[in-house]
Design a protein around this ligand. Sequence first.
Ligand code: GTP
Ligand code: MG
Length: 195
Amino acid sequence: MNFQKAELVISAPDKKSWPDSDLPEIVLAGRSNVGKSSFINAMCNRKKLAYVGNSPGKTRLLNFFNLDDKYMFVDVPGYGYAKISKAQLIKFGQMMEDYFSERSQKKGLVLIVDARHKPTDDDITMIEFARYYEIPVCVVATKMDKLKSSQRHKQLKLIRQTLELSEDEKLFPFSSETKQGIDEVWEYLIPIFES
Ligand code: GTP
Ligand code: MG
């Protein structure tokens, strides 16, 4: 989708820095390096809105992106990065707990997974968080372009089963490279933003 304005409002280390806004928010979470920032860029048809990097695990902040003063995407730092310290891990858990328990404009969670891999326990924890707080969840299986067409169906099935997705929890095949899935994900997200 094209937005007149798409900008990073703030990278917030803690709840004191969350933007004072009443825009509806959708949270994007996933393992480090899975393609969250690329997903944001692809969805907003921008090349460099969100930082796409080669140094996974660097950002430990919630990044709030304002889209036309209408919607907000909240990019969660990637988890599951091996070199993270225990203290950082605790801080991350606290940050997510604060967000889910206190941010009333949260509307949904998009869990981003790598289509090539089985979701991890961290992915399950993240989806459980959203289910616990009763916000709608969908899963985006990105990097589909890296799978052979013969493997696609099998991988999607594995993801669905591992995360125990219910009927209402949609799974979208996606690729920031080929742009597969953008329209389908927007079609799903708009009613959630506007709910
Ligand atoms: P962190 O912020 O470090 O957690 O990473 P991230 O989840 O934001 O991942 P990012 O978007 O920075 O992408 C990581 C790497 O994967 C980059 O080299 C991207 O170019 C690549 N990548 C992301 N999405 C895709 C995709 O759909 N297809 C392919 N082939 N590469 C992708
Ligand atoms: Mg990122």
